[in-house]
Design a protein around this ligand. Structure first.
Ligand code: GH3
Ligand code: MG
Ligand code: MG
Ligand code: MG
Length: 328
């Protein structure tokens, strides 16, 4: 068992718990910041010797401002330059790489005003002079735990957001992402005075592929096509799967001629290279494409809906015209 578990178990036994309740967590990185010689070193001995799961770094105030990847800052507020310590506290809140870290300020027992200022500037906890090693450990522990919890929450939110905007089959953006991306493009188009184009791509007779080879092969074809389209586009072009076998592409800054040329290039590329099937053999395939232009003179608002609608109408004309076609 780690030192953490042993100490917790000791406390629990002292309280008469029959079975100790244990927890596990990743090692936290604690920065020990003081301008008095020996203070941070002494803290390091307390933290690291008693709890092997801490990584501790002794650093100066200047080093602390530039530090990255720190979970808890333990700041000495009884140092030579107490004003600089308070300043550091505010700076830690404002910088992206330290903003999520927890801060504990160690202060003397006769300065309630300093304590209030520290809390006002965002200190998460105070250690008042006269504290024992155990108190120091427990306060660092509490902040390290809260920090780890908040990190997990933030990761979860990020992962959830990503999942909500991604098509699980192809890994491309989904319809929800595509529509909000198009709205942002509409704003940009107006403020930057930049036209752009949207195209709608639909596989021809995809139902036949499913009917003949089965749904899993149909899925594999969709994945292969997605990869092929992504590779054939510029990084700044947005590609999303917005329906079963329908893809939308947004081409920022594209003129009508460029957009039609890009659509024609994609159509030819797909028609010319059959897609390799998972169980061997390959499958020829064609697509129909509809292109629509967004002009800087269009009003934003409902522009993206109208634009997608126009691309869809153009796509319908490509289908009606015999498929494997590009229509504006
Ligand atoms: P058209 O040329 O007119 O577009 O004909 P189509 O067969 O491609 O069009 P239709 O809209 O009639 O059929 C689309 C088919 O796509 C129907 C559906 O079974 C299939 N499909 C939709 N989503 C998926 C999917 O996620 N995986 C697979 N394998 N097939 C799908
Ligand atoms: Mg269809
Ligand atoms: Mg189709
Ligand atoms: Mg379709």
């Amino acid at each position: 068992a780690s030192a953490e578990l042993r100490m917790r178990e000791d406390t629990q036994r002292a309280l008469g718990f029959a079975e100790p309740v244990t927890t596990f967590r990743q090692p936290s990185h604690v920065a020990l910041v003081s301008d008095r010689s020996g203070v941070a070193k002494a803290w390091e001995v307390t933290l690291v010797d008693k709890r092997q799961y801490y990584r501790a770094s002794v650093m100066t105030l200047t080093e602390a401002v530039a530090a990255d990847g720190i979970d808890v800052f333990l700041l000495d507020g009884r140092g030579h330059d107490r004003h600089a310590t308070l300043r550091l506290l505010s700076e830690l809140q404002s910088r992206t790489h330290t903003r999520h870290a927890a801060t504990i300020l160690c202060i003397s027992d006769d300065d309630p005003e300093f304590a209030a200022m520290a809390l006002d500037l965002g200190a998460n906890d105070l250690l008042i002079a006269g504290f024992t090693d155990t108190e120091l450990l427990l306060r660092v522990d509490a902040q390290a735990r809260r920090k780890a919890q908040r990190d997990r929450l933030r990761d979860g939110v990020r992962t959830g957001l990503e999942a909500a905007l991604t098509d699980p089959l192809t890994g491309l953006h989904n319809r929800r992402y595509a529509m909000s991306h198009l709205s942002r493009m509409a704003e940009d188009a107006r403020s930057l005075g930049r036209d752009y184009a949207v195209m709608m791509i639909d596989i021809d007779h995809f139902k036949r592929i499913n009917d003949r080879y089965g749904h899993p092969v149909g899925d594999a074809v969709l994945v292969a096509l997605a990869a092929r389209l992504r590779k054939a586009l510029r990084p700044e072009d947005m590609l999303a799967r917005i329906g079963g076998e329908e893809f939308v592409v947004a081409l920022p800054g594209a003129s009508q001629v460029e957009a039609c040329a890009t659509a024609e290039r994609l159509r030819k590329l797909i028609a010319a290279c059959p897609i390799d099937l998972p169980e061997g053999g390959s499958l020829p395939m064609t697509t129909s494409i509809g292109v629509a232009m967004a002009w800087t003179t269009d009003t934003p608002g409902s522009l993206s809906e109208a634009l997608v609608g126009r691309a869809d109408e153009a796509l319908y004309r490509s289908k009606a015209d015999g498929r494997n076609k590009v229509t504006l």
